[in-house]
Design a protein around this ligand. Structure first.
Ligand SMILES: CC(C)(COP(=O)(O)OP(=O)(O)OC[C@H]1O[C@@H](n2cnc3c(N)ncnc32)[C@H](O)[C@@H]1OP(=O)(O)O)[C@@H](O)C(=O)NCCC(=O)NCCS
Length: 235
């Protein structure tokens, strides 16, 4: 560019941030906390800690197969936070997700599990982890992101609604403890809500169930509500 050329135009809008830029704005970096993207090599050290944290805080019991279903197929969509002041960099918060086509329609990210240790809550760790997962799903061209949460879980509802998730459906007596859930959705592209689904695509949702759940007594063959079956928190 010669000295006579005009200065390149600056963006006229100061508010037009991309979704991932918005994500970075809400991510926090509290002292002594490090965020880590999961990888298979971290399984021996961190999978037991993830299981212990999630087993304590989530009402649904998840077998090792359910963790592996997610972590083997979508390791990069698991993020966790560690406390760097602990000798072994202990895990203090985690999010586990997946990303795949939903009934032959939109590419759907799914947030399966999220928890923060009691002593580390209120510091923005969960919101940061979810935001990192959302950022990566956007990079991977996701159309929408879904999850379920107990209707009584005020902290989770507020967290997700503050990120733009909307309540799409109430799922009565969804959890094993009898509690109902809301399905929350975040649309990432215009027109996704009206994207056609393939009615004949995997009508019972078995293709999306981890092997452990296919024999799970909670899913008696032929009696299930296929929509709820498909969207149970464990798949
Ligand atoms: C829900 C949970 C993961 C939040 O973890 P956290 O690290 O404390 O959350 P953050 O500090 O990132 O909070 C982010 C937002 O969530 C909301 N929030 C978090 N805790 C809240 C509480 N106790 N009451 C109301 N809102 C709360 C707030 O909107 C907060 O944003 P703000 O601080 O700007 O107001 C944590 O409470 C937890 O592990 N609960 C048990 C497991 C669980 O319910 N998991 C979710 C399953 S869907």
């Amino acid at each position: 560019m010669s000295n006579d050329d005009p200065e390149p135009l600056q963006s006229l809008s100061t508010t037009a941030l991309s979704p991932s830029e918005v994500g970075k704005l809400i991510q926090t970096n509290p002292p002594n906390i490090e965020y880590v993207q999961y990888g298979i090599s971290l399984e021996p050290k961190y999978l037991p800690q993830m299981r212990a944290l999630i087993a304590k805080d989530l009402s649904e019991p998840y077998s090792i197969y359910v963790y592996r279903y997610f972590l083997y197929q979508w390791p990069e969509l698991c993020f966790f936070a560690v406390d760097t002041t602990t000798e072994d960099k202990d895990l203090v918060a985690v999010v586990i997700c997946k990303l795949e086509k939903h009934r032959g329609g939109p590419l759907r990210g799914y947030i399966a599990m999220l928890a923060t240790k009691d002593a580390y809550r209120g510091k923005g760790l969960a919101k940061t982890l979810v935001s990192k997962a959302i950022d990566l799903m956007i990079v991977k061209d996701a159309d929408e992101i879904a999850l379920e949460t107990e209707e009584t879980n005020v902290a989770a509802m507020k967290l997700y609604e503050s990120l733009g998730f909307l309540r799409s459906k109430k799922l009565h007596r969804y959890y094993l403890n009898g509690n109902s859930a809301y399905r929350l959705l975040l649309y990432l592209k215009p027109g996704v809500a009206s994207m056609p689904l393939d009615e004949f695509y995997d009508p019972y949702g078995y293709g999306d169930l981890p092997p452990s759940a296919q024999d799970d007594p909670r899913y008696p063959s032929g009696q299930e509500d296929k929509d709820d079956l498909f969207s149970r928190g464990i798949i």
